[in-house]
Write a protein that binds this ligand. Sequence first.
Ligand code: PXP
Length: 266
Amino acid sequence: MSTESPLTAGPAVLRRLGVNIDHVATIRQARRERYPDPVAAAIQAEQAGADQITCHLRVDRRHIQDHDLPRLRAAVQTLLNVEMAPTDEMVAIAHRELARRPGDPRRHRVTLVAERAEEITTEGGLDVVTHGALVREVSAGMAAAGIAVSLFIDPDTAQVEAAQALADVGVDMIELNTAAYAEAHGDHAAQGRELVRLATASRVAVQGGLELAAGHGLTHHNLPRMVAEVPEVVEYNIGHSIISRAVFVGLDTAVRDLITIIRHPG
Ligand code: PXP
């Protein structure tokens, strides 16, 4: 997993950064305007080195809108990772917008998430233990359409094992919810306990053959410790802190700084 980087003196670790551009759309939707355009942000994030563009089409459409998806798909040069709840409406949209097409070898990805109408942001992982049958059906449909599937779950061994049981319908990846780690900000011991949960879940996932992503609430402050203590994670999906920091330092710098943290730890 390690290679010499042409850009820095030290060895680089091939971890991927997915830049979540939802909150560019949050600003746009605050005025129901045409700007700022999340597609423009996606292009700039890729220019800064993002490996993937992530967005969340929420049932209430509070930020990303349906019309953003075909525009993102057309513009993105890397891969598109669309987070969505496993509802009939969302599944139909995924099949329409993300299915593999002739002439484009890429497999875009859906990350299935739990969603609650009143939540300010995603509050917890998908309960794959309880909803295994539904997730199985949705994942099988996505796989048939050439869409890769990841599941956003809490760092809990039972959830990881339930995800592993869906490998036969194309679930090849999980994203561990780092919200509890992020919320422990300022409490070194509490953060340490959350990192133990994340590390334990990560080892189970990797031993079971799943690729491992992580995300939610990660910032340039809390990311270095996460990267150091949970090295199994190969992909980070980060949004709110990047877009927030971009207001002050620009999107290019905000993206590059996180790439430096994940690829050149220590
Ligand atoms: N990963 C998943 C599955 C998410 O739902 C979100 C939030 O939409 C993120 C990553 C990004 O979280 P944040 O915006 O806190 O970086």
